[in-house]
Design a protein around this ligand. Structure first.
Ligand code: FES
Ligand code: FES
Length: 151
């Protein structure tokens, strides 16, 4: 059994890659597949709260795990998660291909580090490649989200 965004699934091929299963099995296409070899970070999801590259994970390795994908962040009424909203508000999205992976890595960071420095954000996102933004706005977005998420 694998839980994805709160829904438990039991019917899958344990030898399949998590990234492919999410997209083709569950039709959760927010998770992107760029390189498919663990380099670009576009396939990043949370596995039991830890950011993982889903193209490098087989389903048999996440038996019993709790997976969170980009589709699991927004509220049921469509209200975006503060990290998603901050990416929009700072212009941190251009083509958007890297964005789901960036947001999930940022989510993992902010869960542990609610007041990150710019250096800590860059460190947390260093495995997520972006061809468009130059990264500055992405760091701005994570700082803004951190500020908005603090009580
Ligand atoms: S698609 Fe998984 S790291 Fe690039
Ligand atoms: S916005 Fe295009 S790759 Fe990052």
């Amino acid at each position: 059994m694998i839980k994805v965004n709160g829904v438990t699934h039991a019917d899958y091929d344990p030898a399949q890659k998590l990234s492919v299963w999410l997209r083709e099995g569950l039709l959760l296409t927010g998770t992107k597949i760029g390189c498919a070899i663990g380099v670009c970070g576009s396939c990043t999801v949370l596995v039991d709260g830890v950011a993982r590259r889903s193209c490098k994970v087989l389903l048999k390795d996440v038996e019993g795990a709790d997976i969170l994908t980009i589709e699991g962040l927004a509220q049921p009424d469509g209200t975006l998660h503060p990290i998603q909203q901050a990416f929009l508000d700072t212009g941190a999205i251009q083509c958007g291909f890297c964005t789901p992976g960036m947001v999930m890595s940022a989510y993992a960071l902010l869960a542990k580090t609610p007041r990150p420095t710019r250096a800590e954000i860059r460190q947390a996102l260093k495995g997520n490649l972006c061809r468009c933004t130059g990264y500055q706005q992405i760091v701005d977005a994570v700082l803004l989200a951190a500020e908005r998420m603090r009580p």
